[in-house]
Design a binder for this molecule. Sequence first.
Ligand code: DC
Length: 220
Amino acid sequence: MWKADAVGIIVAIDGPAGSGKSTLARGLALALEVPYVNTGLMYRALAARALERGVDPDDGSGLLALLSTLTFDLDRSSRPPELSIDGAPPEPALTSADVERVVSRVARHRDVRAAMRDAQRALGGSGAVLEGRDIGTVVFPDAAAKLFLVARQDARVARRGAERGGEVESEVLLGRDERDAEVNPFVPAPDAVELDTSDLSREETLARALAAVRARIGRS
Ligand code: DC
C-alpha cells in the first residue's frame, strides 16, 4: 500500500565517499520500488572518457563537448531500474584508481555540473532514489525526503576497502574528499535527516532510512 504510494517520490541521499550511500540507495530503491540513480557514476563516466580521449580534466569546454557524446538512461530490466551508460551497465573500470585520481577535477566545472544536473533531473524526475553530493541541495531541492550520511574516517576507509575488494589508502580517500569539498562543500540541505552509519549494519541503516522517509512522507 505504502510502496504503491511511493511511486513518483524522490529521495535524495548525499554524503562523502565511503559513508554507505550506494548500498543504502539501492536498498531503498528496491523497498520503494523506484529507480536507483548513482550520480557519482555519471561523473566517473565523463572522467573515464576524458582519459580515453585525451581531454584535459581542467578543460571545462572540452569536457562539456565530451559529455554530449555520453548517453545516460535507466535500465528498466534490472531490479531496481538503474543507470545505464551508452545503453550498458556502468563498467567496473569506472571505479579504477585512474578515474578516482581525476574525477574531482572533472566534477569541478560549473557548465559540466549544470549539464549533469539536467540529465539527473531527467532520469529521476518521475520518482527515484538518487545518491550524490548535491542531490538534496541543487538537483532536487524539493525532494520528498533527504538523507545526509556521515561516518567516522576509519569506518569510511574500511567500507571503501571492502567495496573495492582490498585495502584503500586513507590518504587517497581523504585526498579526494578534500578535492571534492573544494567543488561542493558537504553541506546538508537544511531539511535533510543526518544519519551516522559508522556503527550501523546495512540492515540497520536501511531500517532507519526507511523510517525517516516514511516520517517525511507522513505515512506509516
Ligand atoms: O560518489 P562517488 O565517489 O562515486 O563520486 C565520484 C566523484 O564525483 C566524486 O569525486 C564527487 C563527484 N560527484 C559530484 O561532484 N556530485 C555528485 N552529485 C556526485 C558525485
